[in-house]
Design a protein around this ligand. Structure first.
Ligand code: ZN
Length: 396
């Protein structure tokens, strides 16, 4: 009687213990990994040849932003500390390719605000030896890693590459020429190893905005443009989609907004015919019925054969933070208006990125802000963290 139910042979094993990857076999018994190493084929009732493939018998972290960190931290800490052996990068439409050399600094600045990644770490740790997405993946391949990496093609940099930064921020529709360009670039990225594409569309008051507080390019992206990217995957019959989508309808009532969201996911599922990760099903203090409606709707998608899958947080993460670092009240106007620290952060970051000629103007602005901040500190309490922004859901 064979010792294992299944043996996966000759794979490159990444076991999640922080051990470097190694070639070997993996034996499964009663649904669990029972042994790794060199196993004999006759010891398994079933044998799967994994030659040339990664075998990662650990947790998969579906939603991360290790796009920069993986270059200086092969373990993608802290995911690896918890048994994660595979991470998905390029979520939310955020990422670093394609990015032209003159926009590198700006691409890093964006990530300082929407994902709170320190600029100094990115500057010191990113090799920036790429421009295109395939070159980015080549660079990822060249760097040592203890993790299996699955990369989404993030749409924000792609929009900037094709439309230019200012135009990408208008949210207008593609021209016919731009449509050709985005399709070509996405196809090249998929050919190079992209697993699909990702975007965050959270409207003008995005909770994860650009470094200057304006929405990210995908936040205000035209729906037709989103469908264009869906058609590219349909044509290829491969890849999947990670999307956080809220329509930009200020003042829309909850049920109307939810209906619009559901209809748009259904349309994208029909157009692309590819699996879509719906972000996110989450309990919400402000709208306590929302998650029940979401789950019911996801079930109805399944019944109708639409490949929309809910992604959720099953535990309350909990946060320890200072106001200097906290970045998830960005959808609260009062926070945006009354946050001198956020303004200082932007100025400090701007100063770091500035040329000599800009510094005088920044200094004068900082003086003004300091005076403002002193007045603010004397007269205004901070927002009460127990009540403000409690409905905010952060997904990585
Ligand atoms: Zn994200």
């Amino acid at each position: 009687m064979p010792e294992f139910d299944t043996i996966i042979k000759d794979g490159m094993i990444i076991d999640g213990t922080r051990l470097p990857r190694f070639r070997g076999d993996l034996g499964i018994k009663d649904g669990r990994v029972a042994k790794t190493g060199r196993l004999k084929a006759h010891e398994g009732a079933k044998v799967i040849d994994a030659g040339g493939l990664i075998v990662a018998p650990g947790f998969i972290d579906l939603h991360t932003h290790y796009d920069a960190q993986l270059f200086w931290d092969p373990y993608c800490s802290i995911s690896s500390w918890h048994g994660v052996t595979s991470v998905v990068i390029g979520n939310c439409g955020f990422g670093f390719a394609p990015v032209q050399p003159e926009l590198r600094e700006r691409a890093m600045l964006s990530m300082t605000r929407n994902e709170a990644i320190p600029l100094a770490a990115m500057k010191a740790g990113m090799p920036w030896d790429w421009v295109t997405y395939p070159e980015f993946l080549d660079s990822v391949d060249r760097h040592p890693k203890a993790m299996n990496i699955l990369p989404f093609v993030p749409l924000s940099p792609l929009l900037v590459e094709v439309m230019g930064l200012d135009e990408a921020k208008t949210g207008r529709r593609f021209t016919a020429k731009e449509e050709q360009s985005v399709s070509r670039i996405l196809n090249e990225a998929m050919d190079a190893g992209g697993c699909g594409w990702s975007l965050q569309h959270l409207g003008g008051m995005s909770i994860q905005p650009d470094w200057d507080g304006t929405p990210m390019p995908t936040d205000i992206m035209d729906e037709e443009n989103i469908l264009t990217f869906g058609r590219v995957l349909a044509e290829r019959n491969e890849g999947f989609i990670q999307m956080t989508y809220v329509p930009d309808i200020p003042g829309a009532i909850e049920s109307d907004a939810q209906t619009h969201i559901e209809k748009f996911y259904e349309k994208l599922a029909e157009v692309s015919d590819r699996p879509i990760l719906y972000n996110a099903v989450a309990a919400n203090d402000k709208f306590p019925g929302r998650h029940r409606r979401q789950i019911k709707w996801l079930e109805s998608c399944r019944d109708r054969g639409l490949k929309v899958y809910g992604q959720s947080a099953t535990v309350e993460g909990g946060f320890t933070f200072t106001f200097a670092d906290w970045n998830l009240w960005e959808d609260v106007q009062a926070w945006k208006d009354r946050d001198p620290i956020a303004r200082f952060r932007r100025q400090i970051l701007a100063a770091r990125a500035a040329t000599e000629a800009d510094l005088g103007a920044i200094e004068a602005e900082v003086d003004r802000e300091l005076a403002d901040a002193e007045r603010f500190a004397e007269t205004s309490p901070w927002p009460d963290p127990a009540t403000v922004g409690r409905h905010v859901y952060h997904e990585a």
